[in-house]
Design a protein around this ligand. Structure first.
Ligand code: HEM
Length: 408
């Protein structure tokens, strides 16, 4: 295992390193990753790679906290410790119950399938227009022109952000999430500025929603109370940043990597065009295949034994969803892209109390985008190499040059 360094981002520059995780699952499923030159905080961390261990840890939030544990002041769900004043314990995904459950309960109705059905028709119209525009271009960047657009338009609508501002938010989120010019744990002036501008935009939006609430998620967050108290200003602002990032980044990457899988398999593309009952299964397989959120971290709150290894209170523990999704104990022939895989209990949306709040929205967006593509596109081909995201936190693509040809 000496050559494995999951904090060296170059290892992720050509896509998720499945080979490394095949080895870890076989030889060291609960592995202590020693600190390396790239490791944030100069600290090692545990790496869980098998499905069963990951499910067990995700289900036990008392032992594996999303906020922190041991003597840490910060914590959170990425490898580097984030401070407690704006992230750990403040961001919804980095809180523990009972606060987490109460804030989550406020938001759940806004992203429930019943609510989403009300916007499905509109999203269909948007997707049809997005695909038509990409075809009209001849050659396009599938990521920017197509995959990014619907998730961005949808999240803007859901949060109550004016559509004309969505590209600015997208640009800030890109800078904040991309590791193009920095290493793990490193903050540059560019990232600091992008994070600050997103937060300032969010604060202004929230202030406006307090004065004039509408039927959107940010109006809800701005005016909701728990035990008679509003969410703190920081909780509200961070919720906005989280939803913009979570709502656009992951879904666009799943759409792009899903399309790349279909372009490589023209027979599957043809079958989907002929039989639309296969689309839902294809979306599930794309989610498993892409696993666009490769891992989330927890912090052990107490000493605990897992897979024969002694984990100590305060240790960082990483749950690699992308590895669980290729575990042969659960998925037959796991490195095969199979749109008819049944069952397909993938962990792309995580598991347990923090299970993705936007899963129904992401599934709907993917269904709507691929239906529009299958309706309008006859053939799709890559016209250049795919540029992958150099990150261990988001598996996805930066650019994907394609030619889409209209149905003949
Ligand atoms: C394909 C697309 C998506 C993927 C792969 C994905 C993945 C995930 C994963 C793995 C988690 C669990 C984090 C953890 O356990 O620490 C999560 C949580 C979350 N996701 Fe998603 N997500 C997607 C789309 C979305 C969308 C569209 C939204 C928003 C509208 C969203 C909002 C959230 C939120 C708010 C949480 C935190 C939930 C909580 O802590 O209770 N996600 N997502």
């Amino acid at each position: 295992m000496d050559d494995i360094d999951l904090t060296a981002l170059d290892r992720f520059a050509c896509g998720f390193p499945h080979g490394i995780f095949d080895r870890l699952r076989a030889k060291a499923p609960v592995w202590w990753h020693p600190p390396t030159a790239h490791t944030p905080d100069g600290e090692g961390f545990w790496v869980l790679s098998r499905y069963a261990d990951i499910v067990a840890a995700a289900a036990d939030a008392d032992t594996f906290s999303s906020r922190g544990g041991g003597n840490r002041s910060g914590g959170g769900t990425i490898i580097e410790d984030l401070p407690a004043d704006w992230a750990a314990g403040v961001l919804l995904n980095m809180m523990d119950d009972p606060r987490h459950a109460r804030v989550r309960r406020l938001l759940t109705p806004s992203v429930a399938p019943r609510t989403l059905r009300l916007i499905e028709e509109e999203l269909r119209g948007r997707a049809t227009a997005i695909v038509a525009a990409a075809i009209a271009k001849g050659e396009c960047d599938f990521l920017l022109d197509l995959a990014a657009e619907l998730p961005l338009q949808a999240v803007a609508q859901l949060l109550g952000v004016p559509q004309q501002d969505r590209h600015q938010l997208f640009a800030w989120a890109n800078v904040a999430l991309d590791y193009e010019d920095r290493e793990l744990g490193e903050v540059t002036a560019r990232t600091r500025q992008a994070v600050a501008e997103t937060r300032a935009y969010g604060a202004q939006l929230l202030a406006a929603k307090r004065i004039e609430p509408a039927e959107d998620l940010m109006s809800l967050a701005a005016n909701a109370t728990i035990d008679g108290e509003p969410l703190s200003d920081m909780e509200q602002a961070m919720l906005f940043s989280l939803l913009i990032a979570a709502g656009s980044e992951t879904t666009r990457n799943s759409i792009a990597l899903g399309m790349a899988a279909l372009i490589e398999r023209p027979d599957v593309w043809r079958r989907l065009r002929e039989d639309r009952t296969l689309v839902d299964g294809a979306v599930e397989e794309m989610l498993r295949w892409a696993s666009s959120t490769p891992y989330n971290r927890r912090t052990a709150t107490r000493d605990h034994t897992l897979g024969g290894q002694r984990i100590r209170a305060g240790d960082k523990v990483t749950l690699w969803w992308a590895s669980a999704n290729r575990d042969a104990e659960v998925f037959t022939d796991p490195h095969r892209f199979d749109i008819e895989r049944r069952p397909n209990p993938h962990l792309a949306f995580g598991r347990g109390g923090h299970f993705c709040l936007g899963s129904a929205l992401a599934r709907m967006e993917m269904r709507v985008v691929f239906t529009a593509l299958l309706d309008q596109v006859g053939t799709a081909e890559l016209t250049g190499p795919i540029e992958h995201t150099r990150s261990n936190k988001h598996t996805g693509v930066r650019h994907m040059p394609v030619r889409l040809t209209a149905v003949g």
